[in-house]
Each structure stands twice: as structure tokens, then as C-alpha cells.
Design a binder for this molecule. Structure first.
Ligand SMILES: [Zn+2]
Length: 286
């Protein structure tokens, strides 16, 4: 089960990993906390009044396409996008949005889904949300609350029989080592690197790469990830720099998607290369 804040997050964070596990026969459920109603239109070709007027509906249809491309199931938690506040001072969050919900209220439908779908492994974002969007931070809080409560018969008794997932991971999308590897591979290939400026901005930030416990080899599925991303046509500029980094170069420079093991109820020595390490053995042993 992969818990995400908005439609499109599942295609930019851990998408190739999911496609790989789907190909191996794993049932994968993407949970999308909000409808992405306050997302902007980031593709200039889609920046038209009729798109803005129907944004919620369009984003649902985009999510359907991405779901089919990734081969996953998908469920909505039904909360309202908080939007990314901008300005100084930051404006208050809009009333009724996901990030202002009580964590226990917002975790209840996720506990229900965990008890219905019965996942062994759950992925979400780290405590900073991966990047500091209020919905991403809330997604982290709700996921941790639900992971810890779903197996407890005393908690949320109104939403189904207890089920305890065995591992919880945080998605670690970018590390300094990964950006550096891609940057150097671009320069070596004689291509202009879009990563140089990015690295400079990163100098004063802690390196999330230090938290990585688990690298899942999934380069074969990078094209599936890109197709799923493009399905979110309002959110992704198909001419954006992501799509200019040659596929063979990406696979050579950094063929994995990376995660931090945050909770484990099974034995699995680190570093890991499989989110299900220790889980298959534990399940087989009953
Ligand atoms: Zn998001």
C-alpha cells in the first residue's frame, strides 16, 4: 500500500518500484488522500479556462489513466487539497482542508482501508513530507497513525477487524549522491545538466541520502513511471527537463528507487534491496 497526498504523487515517488512489484504479482493499492483540487496547472498546453473550471474532474480522469498504466488499484480518502501556501507571511490554510483535519479523524478511513486490503508493507513520506507541502506532512502523520493503530483491536473498533502491516517505509526521492550521479553522467555524455543549479540550492539542506536503508532496483520500469507521469497532463509539462535525461543514462547512473525503513516487525538486515525482505519469510512461517 502506497499512501500519497495528491493524484500525481504516486507517479513521481516510487512509481517504478510499484510497477516492478506489480510485474512480480504483488497486489498494490495506491491511496490518495486528497483530490488535488488546489493544484495548479503546470503544463502550459493545459493552462486553459475550461481545464481550470473542471480541474477536480480532470484530475480524477488523469488518476484513472495513471492507475491503469501502473497496473495498481487506487482508492481516494476523500479529503480536500490544502494547496501550497505562498507569500510572506504565509496565508492561513483554507477551512476544511486536509492539513487542518484532526489526525485521528483523518486516519480513520486509512485504518479502514488497511484492515480491508491487509497490506504487508506500507509506504509514505518522511516527517517533513519529502518536501514541505502541508498535505504531504499530513499524509505522513496519518500514515504513521494508521500503521500503528490498524493492528490494535482497541483502536478505531468501528472500522473493521485489526490487521497489522509488517513494515513502514518513507520514500526518499532525492539524495545528494543521486543528483550528483545524474549530473556527472549528463556531463560525461556531453549533455547540458539540469541538476547543477539544483545541487547548489541543496548545499545547506541535510542529505536525505543518509537515511536510505533500502534501494529497489527498478530501472526497467522507468519508462512506465514516465508514462504514468505524463498521464497527469495538467501537472506535468511533457517538455520538462525530467523527460530530457536519456533513459539509458538514468538506468546507468541511478537504477534504483530508495526508501527509509521506518518501522519493521520482521527481521531483515540492512541495507536492503527489497521492500518485502523478511516479510515473505515471516508470512510463509505463518
Ligand atoms: Zn503532492
Amino acid at each position: 500500500m502506497a499512501v500519497h497526498a495528491h493524484p500525481d504523487d504516486e507517479s513521481s515517488k516510487g512509481a517504478a518500484m510499484m510497477a516492478k512489484y506489480v510485474a512480480e504479482g504483488v497486489d498494490v493499492l495506491v491511496v490518495t488522500c486528497t483530490g488535488g483540487e488546489r493544484g495548479s496547472v503546470l503544463n502550459p498546453k493545459m493552462d486553459r479556462p475550461e481545464v481550470w473550471e473542471n480541474i477536480a474532474e480532470i484530475r480524477r480522469a488523469e488518476m484513472d489513466n495513471a492507475r491503469a498504466i501502473l497496473g495498481v488499484e487506487q482508492a481516494w480518502l476523500g479529503f480536500v487539497d490544502s494547496g501550497l501556501p505562498e507569500g510572506d507571511p504565509l496565508p492561513p490554510l483554507p477551512e476544511g482542508c486536509f492539513a487542518l483535519e484532526d489526525v485521528q479523524v483523518a486516519a480513520q478511513p486509512l485504518v479502514r482501508l488497511i484492515r480491508e486490503f491487509r497490506p504487508h508493507v506500507v509506504t509514505t513520506y518522511d516527517e517533513e513530507g519529502g518536501y514541505p507541502h502541508p498535505d504531504h506532512i499530513m499524509c505522513h502523520k496519518v500514515s504513521v497513525e494508521a500503521f500503528d493503530a490498524a493492528g490494535d483491536p482497541e483502536r478505531y473498533p468501528e472500522v473493521g477487524e485489526p490487521w497489522q502491516p509488517l513494515k513502514l517505509y518513507y520514500d526518499i526521492g532525492f539524495s545528494k549522491a543521486k543528483i550528483m550521479a545524474l549530473h556527472e553522467a549528463m556531463l560525461e555524455a556531453g549533455l547540458e545538466s539540469p541538476y547543477g543549479d539544483w545541487m547548489k540550492r541543496w548545499d545547506d539542506r541535510p542529505d536525505k541520502g543518509l537515511r536510505v536503508t533500502t534501494r529497489v532496483e527498478c530501472g526497467e520500469y522507468f519508462p512506465v513511471r514516465d508514462d504514468a507521469l505524463r498521464a497527469h497532463a495538467t501537472q506535468i509539462d511533457p517538455d520538462g527537463f525530467w523527460f530530457h535525461v536519456p533513459m539509458d543514462l538514468q538506468r546507468r547512473a541511478w537504477p534504483t528507487e530508495d526508501f527509509q525503513l521506518a518501522r519493521s516487525l520482521v527481521d531483515s538486515p540492512e541495507p536492503e534491496s527489497d521492500l518485502f525482505a523478511g516479510v515473505r519469510e515471516a508470512v510463509a512461517a505463518g
